[in-house]
Ligand binder design. Sequence first.
Ligand code: MN
Ligand code: MN
Length: 299
Amino acid sequence: MTMQGVIPVVNTFFGAQVDSTSATFVVFGVPFDKTSTYRQGAKQGPAAIRAASQAIESYCLQEEIAADAALLPIADIGDVNIESGTVQSMLRGVESVVSQIIQSERIPVLLGGEHTLTLAAVRALPRDIVLLQFDAHMDLRDKFNGQEFSHACVQRRIVEQLGPDHLIQIGIRAVSKEEIEYANKQEITFYTCNAIRKEGATTIAHRINDAIPPGPPIYISIDMDVLDPAYAPAVGNPEAGGLTTSELLTILGVIAPRAMIFDITEVAPQYDQGITAIAAARIVTSFLCLQAKRRGLGQ
Ligand code: MN
Ligand code: MN
């Protein structure tokens, strides 16, 4: 089937086909970083993650998955066509592509791009969705640099749309007073990096999983700055004291099988020698394999 509003790319994720007709997972890129406030470059993220995917093993052994991501029914339909280059046109484009993928009962996998894209995807999803946001930051500012649609405000806009009990934040360690006051007032659930380090990733993962009743669909959104800059230095807003890649994969091992949509954002590849894009490609691959196990694919 043909998806409207995307431009095909030559180097796809894992060399996947462009046609989504027989795909369960539909990958697409969002090369946009206009509202980035510290270090721009996330618009190069999709290409860097795709390039890294060509260089890693597609087979997964994590959590006894034993699946080969390269054998899964994946399509990479290309990048969203962001016509005017404005944040509003990016939001419209992403919402439209996610809608088409969801309506055809496939799993969207978004490669960012700045984190603002998550708002657009949420707009295309059922209202009972539960968003698991992996991030050093809360992204709960009302406005940032005078803008209300920005990567620093994206979760605030999502809470306004879905309500505070639809958001769980994981890996938090860098907040403003405004954000923590808002989060406490709205009773938003969040797990700091310290709490995860103290109690262990497995314990926290099961607590999160048990807190979400069966039923509502789950959205996993990964801002790569959730990882410590030692593991992911090439992000827009690096913040020391973060998760290890292993801790993140451990948490995903518990909850990723339940997700109906996945995004990975904020890779700004020019700030390292490829380590961040390689980590991002591994995280996407693990997500695909965890989903595959649940669906009995790629064994
Ligand atoms: Mn962040
Ligand atoms: Mn973020």
